[in-house]
Write a protein that binds this ligand. Sequence first.
Ligand code: HDE
Length: 761
Amino acid sequence: MSTRKNNKSKKPATNGSRTNGSRRNAGYGALNPKSEDLAKNMEESAGEFLTSDQGIRINDNQNSLKAGNRGPSLLEDFLLREKITHFDHERIPERVVHARGSGAHGYFQVYESMAQYTKAAFLQDPSIRTPVFVRFSTVAGSRGSTDLARDVRGFAVKFYTQDGNFDLVGNNIPVFFIQDAIKFPDLVHAVKPEPHNEIPQAASAHDTFWDFISLMPESMHMIMWVMSDRAIPRSFRMMEGFGVHTFRLINDAGKARFVKFHWKPLLGLHAVVWDEAQKISGKDPDFHRRDLWEAIENGDYPEWELGVQIVEEKDEFKFDFDLLDATKIIPEELVPVQRIGKLTLNRNPDNFFAETEQVAFHLGNIVPGIDFTNDPLLQGRLFSYLDTQLTRLGGPNFHEIPINRPVAPVHNNNRDGFMRQTINRGQTSYDPNSLRGGCPFQAGMDMSGFTSYAERIDARKIRERSPSFFDHFSQATMFFNSQSEVEQNHIVKALRFELGKVETLPIRERMLALLAQVDKTLANKVADGLGISVPTKLDRPMNMSIPADGDPKKFQPKRVKAEMDVSPALSMANNLGDAVKTRKVAFLVGDGFDDTSLLEMKQALLTAGAKAMTVAPHLGVLMGQDGELVKADFSLLTASSVLFDAVYVPGGQASIASLLQENESTNFVLEAYRHCKTIGAAGAGAELLRAAGLPLPAITDGSNGGDTEPGVVVGDGDIKTLAAGFIEAMSLHRHWGRESTETQTGEQPLMNNRVSEEARV
Ligand code: HDE
């Protein structure tokens, strides 16, 4: 028996706590085959010796090997060299787009069999939970950039189905900037930091982006979305997801139908305000990442319903837009979204790099029952996603990385390459073969063998865009018309901000000319903010993306009579959902707080599913006037109102007196007020609101601010009534009426003015 074996049993004593591992492992197992699969690669150090990568136990991890204690280090020091070499190579290239992201594990379950439409195995049986890994992201910023950039959010879902991996690589906006993949590198070069000085980080508000956009009228629908509050979500958990392109569903009989995929969040759609977003970027650039992580750790599992819009093949040309054009939506009022199942995220990754960074999505990962269409953006993506991983993950074997490998078995004749993990046994690695009885076999269609949809194509090879793609403005106008007055004002302000950062005047002017094609009032409002006027003459040719010998007239945008002027489903205001559950309320308290007003409000919020957190002049423990002890979760220095959804100030003279000694406390409530959040105060708490200069409601019976000040809830009596009023006010998410008294002085509310016929192209 070797000594080593004996020694192995002499492990350092531990407190026996492998709690983290066992708690997490408790969730693994038969319920989630992917988690079980990942567990094979897990490493836990608790109770283990420190070793080299070769398994040699290390005795001294503090000193390199030297010739004498003041002498030079020796080349022989294999431990030093191994450690430093590994460290030197820890980084891999970040994603060329969507570099900044956060992921989570979960599962998907269909509500009832979709066999009528698709043979996809994971859409057949409501009792089956298909494991998923989801990665949310921003697009333009680098890996370490802020979560709160104004940007599209990626919403990529990898389904580990029994028939192989299906990746739905979508965004939180249902359309895209461009129609043809050949323009993607141009778009991305334009939005990324400018190449000469690498400024600005994670921002579209600069010349090159707007220069490109001002010459690409097809981007106008998308621009309306990214200038709207959709581009500054309150949380990943509160945004929609979209597959963007039209895909196909194919059933067992081989019948195909067109489909658009949607994710509908059960918590509703919510955003922050732009000023808040910019402040969060400084106070907590990991705001969305932290929000997702904490929600899952707290057991508040984020949920989305999967929706489908299904269009019969015979209806392909029934719409006034082209189903293959990714700058168009199918309005929900035309084709309703059927909710067919639910996605639940219930486990945080164990290791960011191994899972969230190394996950490789690919639009081309589809399973029998789902297929592509000829959308030219989709077609280009089919090439890009595999290709990009070769550089990012270093070779063709990235499908073997644990997070990427399917739970379905893999057998083929692909071989070798950098970092190959699989040990393929046997003599043959080709097909057909006789030496292995022809294995691995091709699978018949009745055995889930994938066959591409046999779409008939009879065409000339040509570099052209279909004229059915040329209406660039109708849906942009429809989006703008569908927004509430507040949402429209936010679009105006966003455009003023973005174009205000553009230094080249002709770019601003070209953008105003394009905006006028969407909505004249919108263009004029933006122009007012920029101190210039909307050009009367259009900068022609409006569309610069014409072939060198193409006919400029043929390539100009043209407006088709839209079937719909307004689609109420497009307004976030019509999709509030539950705005109380999981929301964070800051309790501003000092020593001597009123115990009842703190405890009863906290209880009421917890019952409603919200979170209460104390923010105090100092960290440590605070004592109430009746002796209640509470821990300060944050000090006024470590927290900020922008990190909370609402603010509550319990009573207690001494508590208020100590808060009033800190400027931060009045700033806290004032800023929350400006960001239209619900603010509540009990008893003496109202003094803090008054000191901050907040208008208080005429009534102080604890109801929701009445008509005078919605969202400011003050009570000097029963806390239960106050709590009910406070929670009711929170359920509205924000009290936007406050905005009209600010900054927009003298401006008329935006009406749904369409561009007059003459002004249109
Ligand atoms: Fe992507 N996109 N994309 N994209 N995309 C990538 O793939 C690309 C597009 C989307 O969390 C890259 O692995 C092209 C539309 C998401 O890992 C790359 C075109 C939509 C993610 C790539 C598009 C998306 C990516 C970079 C135009 C919404 C992040 C790293 C034809 C439907 C996935 C990578 C993750 C990532 C190419 C347009 C969504 C370079 C060429 C439209 C959510 O392959």
